[in-house]
Write a protein that binds this ligand. Structure first.
Ligand SMILES: [Zn+2]
Length: 97
C-alpha cells in the first residue's frame, strides 16, 4: 500500500517535471523568435481634379477623401484628397549568430 503511494507520487512529480520542461522550452522558443518590426504609415493621396498632378503625403488628423486641400500647382483647379490608405513596411530583423 505504501509502495503504491510512493509510485503514484513519483509519477505525479515526473509528470510535473516534464510539463515544466515543456513549458520552459515553449517560453524560450517564443522569446527567441523575434517578430519582424512592422512600421505603419497612413498615406493620403492629394490629387488634382483634372488628374494632372498627384502627390502622396502623410495623413493628418482631419483628412478625408474628397477634402479640398488647395489649388493645383499646374492648372489651378481644386486639389483634393483622392485616397487614404495604410502602408505596411516590414523590416527584417538581424539574426543573432
Ligand atoms: Zn491640375
Amino acid at each position: 500500500m505504501i509502495k503504491l503511494q510512493i509510485d503514484t507520487v513519483t509519477l505525479l512529480i515526473m509528470t510535473l517535471v516534464l510539463l515544466f520542461i515543456y513549458i520552459m522550452f515553449t517560453v524560450i522558443k517564443e522569446l527567441s523568435t523575434k517578430k519582424p518590426e512592422v512600421r505603419r504609415r497612413t498615406i493620403a493621396i492629394h490629387s488634382c481634379i483634372n488628374n494632372d498632378y498627384e502627390i502622396r503625403k502623410e495623413f493628418k488628423i482631419g483628412d478625408y477623401v474628397g477634402k479640398v486641400i488647395g489649388k493645383c500647382p499646374r492648372c489651378g483647379a481644386a486639389l483634393i484628397i483622392k485616397a487614404i490608405y495604410t502602408e505596411v513596411e516590414e523590416r527584417p530583423t538581424k539574426s543573432i549568430t
